[in-house]
Design a protein around this ligand. Structure first.
Ligand code: TYR
Length: 330
């Protein structure tokens, strides 16, 4: 794999390809970041971008994790003190998940977002952005029904973070894309470059394959899950023998979440995936890459039930160190 392929592996969107190609020419010392609103427990969405950060570290890039305490506050996630506490616990879980302590810089938003210069730049961005544009950018991020003024300030601060953290590449899930597009449009107004961005896919809801997996609705996987929880959730997952399931009866698009988790969570972290099967059912199956596992699920060589059992055990292995941390934090 060349550096560009490694950097863009498994991403849904690259903005722009030319910019990322330029980065890939000399990734050493370039910096990428993801920001997270602190929450008590990492879930599978956090883990997906964290995996991307690990891949970028492998490609030689430096990584910043922004623990966006002020953003969480603006998005109505609790008192500032509670959020700060949560940020510390989250950091420990990211390290347990596998981010390299030496190569990862953890920054709290409140460390720089109250600086006079930052605040003045923020006001300049406010002058250059309509409320409706800010509102649209937040459509997939905000909590609550109606948009508060704080949630209109939020995407502008996210744009400004890219400047103040001095990053070359902003990473986020697809739900962050409108904020990044706003950042690309508005940062030039304060004489800053439009940032280069990459967006990771959203995993479908585990039980239905429709919509996206989220901790607020449906089933999600988190670091708090016991081995048994994971087994139960994965066993109950939607897993037809195809990567392209038919839409649901009401026309909603569906994905195969079991395959998605293999692709985006398991294969990036393990050289090889072994599906254990008793001899009488043909013995173990070994896969060196995602495509061959997908092909055998489609051909019927790999039964969905065996795929699920294997998935549960790999996921369990991935989250076990973080689960230990959470127990110690209690
Ligand atoms: N918007 C991100 C989320 O939905 C959090 C975030 C905050 C990301 C600030 C980056 C940033 O600079 O969780």
């Amino acid at each position: 794999m060349d550096a560009y392929e490694q950097i863009t592996r498994n991403v849904s969107e690259v903005v722009t390809e030319d910019e990322v190609r330029a980065l890939a020419e000399s990734p050493d010392g370039k910096r990428a970041y993801v920001g997270y609103e602190p929450s008590g427990v990492l879930h599978i969405g956090h883990m997906l971008t964290a995996t991307k950060l690990m891949e970028l570290q492998d490609a030689g890039m430096d990584v910043t994790v922004l623990l966006a305490d002020v953003h969480a506050y603006l998005n109505d996630k609790g008192s500032f003190e509670e959020i700060r506490d949560t940020a510390e616990r989250m950091k420990a879980q990211f390290l347990a998940y596998g981010l390299d302590e030496e190569q990862t810089e953890f920054v709290l938003g409140s460390e720089f977002q109250f600086d006079r210069e930052y605040v003045l730049d923020l006001h300049a961005l406010e002058l250059n952005t309509t409320l409706s544009r800010a509102e649209r950018a937040m459509a997939e991020i905000k909590g609550g029904d109606s948009v508060k003024v704080s949630q209109a300030v939020y995407p502008l601060m996210q744009a400004l973070d890219i400047v103040y953290l001095d990053v070359d590449l902003a990473i986020g899930g697809m739900e962050q894309r409108k904020v990044h597009m706003l950042a690309r449009d508005v940062l030039p107004a304060i004489d800053e470059d439009a940032p280069t961005c990459m967006h990771t896919p959203l995993i479908a809801d585990l039980s239905s394959g429709a919509g996206k997996m989220s901790s607020s609705t449906g089933t999600t996987i988190s670091m708090e899950d016991s081995t048994k929880d994971i087994e139960e959730k994965v066993n109950a997952a939607f897993c037809p023998p195809t990567a392209n399931p038919d839409p649901a009866d009401d026309g909603t698009e569906r994905e195969n979440p079991v395959l998605q988790i293999f692709e985006y969570h398991v294969f990036p972290r393990f050289e090889q995936v072994v599906v254990e099967r008793p001899e009488k059912y043909g013995g173990n199956l070994t896969y060196d890459d995602y495509a061959s596992l997908e092909a055998e699920l489609e051909s019927g060589e790999l039964h969905p039930m065996d795929a699920k059992t294997a998935l549960a055990s790999y996921l369990d292995e991935l989250i076990a160190p973080g689960r230990e941390k959470i127990r110690a934090q209690k």
